[in-house]
Design a protein around this ligand. Structure first.
Ligand code: SAH
Length: 301
C-alpha cells in the first residue's frame, strides 16, 4: 500500500491541539511524540509500561504529531492547512510504499506446535492435523498474539493443564484472541474476551469467527475487568507484571470458588512480586512455568 507520512513538529501546546484539528480531515492514523511522556517513563511514573519499552522511545526530544494517510489529496490538504500555522515548527511529508515490508512478518509466522495437542497455524498456511491435535487458525493483523511468544505459550500450557470441560473463561487482554480460541478448543463452554484496544477486540472477533467460535466467544472493549459483571471458572491474563498485580484483586472477584487465575507476561525478576500480590488476594500459587526470561503463573482461589 502506498501512503503519506506527515510529521508535524510542533510545541507542547500544539501536540494537544493539532490532533483535535485533524478530525476535520477525517484522519484515523495518528501518532504523537511527546517528550513529557518520555519524562514520565524515565521518572518511573508509568512503571507498568516498562517491560516492553523500546529504547527508541527515549530518543524523543521534539513534540510532534505524525499523520498517516493513503490519500494524496488529503496529504496535500493537511500540509497546506498546517504549513503556515504558528504552532508548527516544521512539516515533513514522506511518500512510502509499504507493500513489501507490510507482509514481511508473515515469513516469520509459521505453523508451530505449542504443546503436544495445540498447533497454531497462520490463516494463509495449510495444515493436516494429527488425530489428537487441536488447531488454532490465526491472522493476528496488528494485534499481539501469534502464539510464538513465551508469554502466550506459557498460558496455553497452563490452560491445557487446568481447563475442565465446560469451564467458563475470562481472557483479559485478548490481543489476537489466541487464548480465547485455545480455551474453547480445550473444552471451555463460554469465553469472554476483553481488550482495551478496539483493534484487538475486532481481531479477536474475526479470529473467533475464523475458527467457528463466534457463538462461544463474546468480545468486550474495556479496561481490565471494569466492564465485567460475571464470574468465571478461569481468568487468563497475558499482560505484564504490574498489570497482573493490579488485576489480582479483581480477578478474585470474578472467579467462582476454586477458580484458577492464569497470569503471564511476567519477567522472572518480577515473579516474587506477583506471587506476593496473588497471596495477598487469597490465591494459592499452584504452578509457575518459566520460559526464557518470562514466567506464567497458575493460582487457585
Ligand atoms: N492474549 C494475547 C495477547 C497478549 S498482549 C496473547 O497471549 O498472545 C496484551 C494485550 O493486553 C494487548 O492486546 C493489549 O491491548 C491488552 N491490554 C493492555 N492493557 C490492558 C488493559 N488495561 N485492559 C485490557 N487489555 C489490556
Amino acid at each position: 500500500m502506498e501512503y503519506y507520512r506527515l510529521r508535524i513538529v510542533t510545541t507542547e501546546e500544539g501536540v494537544d491541539i493539532i490532533p483535535a484539528m485533524l478530525t476535520d480531515f477525517d484522519i484515523t492514523g495518528i501518532e504523537i511524540e511527546d517528550p513529557r511522556e518520555v519524562e514520565a517513563l524515565r521518572g518511573g511514573k508509568k512503571t507498568y509500561h516498562w517491560d516492553y519499552v523500546d529504547d527508541k522511545v527515549f530518543d524523543i526530544d521534539d513534540y510532534a504529531v505524525i499523520v498517516y494517510t493513503d490519500d494524496p489529496g488529503k496529504a496535500a490538504d493537511i500540509a497546506g492547512a498546517f504549513r503556515d500555522n504558528s504552532m508548527v515548527k516544521e512539516l515533513i511529508v514522506e511518500h512510502a510504499d509499504d507493500s513489501e515490508w507490510k507482509d514481511r512478518w508473515k515469513e516469520f509466522f509459521k505453523t508451530s506446535k505449542i504443546t503436544d495437542r495445540i498447533v497454531i497455524k497462520p490463516g494463509w498456511e495449510e495444515y493436516d492435523p494429527g488425530p489428537d491435535e487441536l488447531v488454532i487458525d490465526i491472522d493476528p493483523g496488528t494485534a499481539f498474539g501469534t502464539g510464538t511468544h513465551e508469554t502466550t505459550s506459557g498460558c496455553i500450557e497452563l490452560l491445557e493443564r487446568y481447563m475442565k470441560k465446560g469451564d467458563s473463561v475470562l481472557d483479559v487482554g485478548s490481543g489476537s484472541g489466541i487464548l480465547s480460541i485455545a480455551s474453547v478448543l480445550l473444552g471451555a463452554g463460554r469465553v469472554t474476551a476483553v481488550d482495551i484496544d478496539p483493534e484487538a477486540v475486532r481481531v479477536t472477533a474475526e479470529n473467533a469467527e475464523r475458527n467457528g467460535m463466534a457463538d462461544s466467544i463474546e468480545t468486550i472493549c474495556g479496561d481490565l475487568t471494569k466492564d465485567i459483571d460475571d464470574k468465571y471458572d478461569i481468568v487468563v491474563a497475558n499482560l505484564m507484571a504490574d498489570l497482573v498485580i493490579m488485576l489480582s484483586e479483581d480477578a478474585a472477584k470474578h472467579l467462582n470458588d476454586g477458580g484458577i487465575f492464569i497470569s503471564s507476561g511476567i519477567l522472572i525478576e518480577k515473579e516474587e512480586e506477583v506471587i506476593s500480590a496473588l497471596e495477598r488476594n487469597a490465591f494459592r500459587v499452584i504452578e509457575a512455568v518459566e520460559k526464557g526470561e518470562w514466567c506464567a503463573i497458575a493460582a487457585e482461589l
